[in-house]
Design a protein around this ligand. Structure first.
Ligand code: UD1
Length: 439
């Protein structure tokens, strides 16, 4: 298993380019199942979850070509199996995104029921209740979710989500594109990734309105065709690099991002003393303000509020801020695993239920630490950048799921970070790497 070795204390300076959003690329790749036409996706990030999603598509019979590194051409003209096996679902929860498209186009789908994961229980009950509303019969068989549409196909319905669910909204939106009649999703997720998927679906011939608002309306059509689409920039990678510049008291030009998608993160980070200037619609200039960092409380909530996927990185930053910050995690029940590793580096953090209290600034000292999930790993990298001495991060396969070459990007802007390869690695998860966290 690979590790990162970081020697802290170097201010990062320079330019970094943001990759495509994996959380947008994953549903867009799944949307290819909806049509016999070819879906061409550009700006696909080169991260492990994408390789897993590609494997899922190929396993069920789709053809995926990559004429360029970040372009995927997907043809699901001949799907042979309407199922996503346990081996894939257990490594990546987002495999459940195959359910909606398979059910809509072929009238049946079987996907292994994802279990709990590192950051919490994470049920998919809302997805399944939605499919039932569309007329599907949904049941559990040998650990798999089996869904069957009525003889004449799914039927549009009113779907009221009790809780905001990102992949739930995406799954239902995809399923409803080929249903008879109109579907309305109330309390839909408003994340930019949902909107990006809706744009792709509309290019394919779907009639989706309201994506990006809490009410999405989908008028079913009889078939969808091929389309070409460019994936939006990754707003979580953008936020992570803003924190990297701030925590090392460096200066960074962040290119190929979408500042609008990061509004709340930018506002919060400005509030705690980070200077962030919007150079243009895709470029940010970031540096730590002259008065240093000050503490700031935080609550994670669905978009457009502060994302849970930036909570761990914010916690790392707050270990370097003056004063006490109270961080409340409202989305996932077990998403503070980075806290104990940060404590081992010298951070003063107390956890009580869904709240972490961080007292700063702390002198962080490099240590051997373990990554537990994707964003937790990012927070350990950030802490390592500012810690004295050497930090060795174990199990960095978590970070490889969602950050494209993070060590290369950081190295190019002056960080002292290297990947220590312990064995010949495959881009696919090995047995011991098959725990999933999927965020
Ligand atoms: C997506 C993102 C993930 C992010 C999360 C929250 C992808 C691939 N992943 O995950 O990076 O951290 O949104 O912004 O886009 N819930 C239920 N029942 C359900 C579905 C969800 O109770 O059927 C709960 C979850 O346990 C959680 C909350 O709803 O507490 C939000 O989860 P959800 O938005 O569904 O997360 P994902 O879509 O899995």
């Amino acid at each position: 298993m690979d590790k990162f070795r970081i020697r802290g204390g170097h201010a990062i300076k320079g330019r970094v380019s943001i990759s495509g959003a994996k959380n947008s690329a994953l549903p867009c790749m799944a949307a290819a199942i909806l049509t016999p036409g070819t879906i061409t996706l550009h700006n696909i990030p080169y991260v492990r979850d994408i390789i897993t999603q590609r494997r899922l598509l190929e396993d069920i019979g789709a053809h995926v070509l990559t004429p360029e590194l970040r372009t995927h051409k997907i043809s699901a003209a001949h799907i042979e199996i309407m199922a996503a096996p346990y081996e894939l679902v257990k490594t990546m929860r987002a495999s459940v995104l195959a359910l909606g498209p398979l059910l809509a186009r072929f009238g049946r789908a079987r996907v292994s029921l994802p279990g709990g994961c590192a950051i919490g229980a994470r049920p998919i009950d809302l997805h399944l209740a939605g499919f039932t509303k569309l007329g599907a019969e949904v049941f559990l068989e040998a650990g798999d979710v089996v869904a069957r549409a009525p003889q004449d196909g799914l039927v549009g319905a009113e779907i009221q989500f009790e809780k905001v669910s990102v992949t739930g909204t995406e799954n239902l939106m995809m399923a409803a594109t080929l249903a008879h009649g109109t579907t309305t999703i109330h309390n839909a997720a408003r994340e930019p990734e949902v909107k990006d998927l809706a744009e792709l679906l509309n290019k394919m011939g779907a009639r989706v309105r309201g994506a990006g608002t809490p009410t999405i309306q989908i008028e079913g059509v009889t078939e969808l065709g091929g389309a070409e689409h460019t994936i939006i920039p990754d707003r979580i990678e953008t936020g992570t690099f803003i924190v990297a510049a701030a925590i090392t008291k460096g200066e960074l030009e962040i290119r190929d991002c979408n500042p609008e998608h990061c509004n709340r993160v930018i506002a919060k980070l400005r509030e705690v003393g980070v200077e962030i200037e919007e150079i243009n619609q895709s470029t940010l200039h970031v540096r730590c303000g002259p008065r240093g960092l000050k503490a700031g409380d935080l609550i994670t909530e669905p978009y457009p509020r502060f994302p849970t996927d930036m909570q761990a990185q914010y916690m790392a930053l707050m270990t370097q801020a003056n004063g006490r910050s109270v961080i409340t995690e409202t989305i996932f029940e077990n998403r503070f695993m980075h806290a104990s590793e940060l404590q081992r580096m010298g951070a003063r953090i107390q956890i009580s239920h869904d709240t972490a209290t961080v007292d700063g600034p702390s002198r962080l000292i490099g240590a051997r630490v373990q990554a537990s999930d994707l964003r937790a790993s990012a927070s350990l990298v950030l802490a390592g950048l500012v810690a004295e001495g050497e930090t060795l991060i174990d199990r960095v396969y978590h970070i490889d799921r969602g950050y494209e070459k993070i060590e290369t990007k950081l190295k190019e802007v002056g960080a002292d970070i290297e990947r220590v390869r312990e064995s010949v690695t495959s881009p696919l998860p090995s047995q011991e790497e098959e725990e999933e966290d999927d965020a």
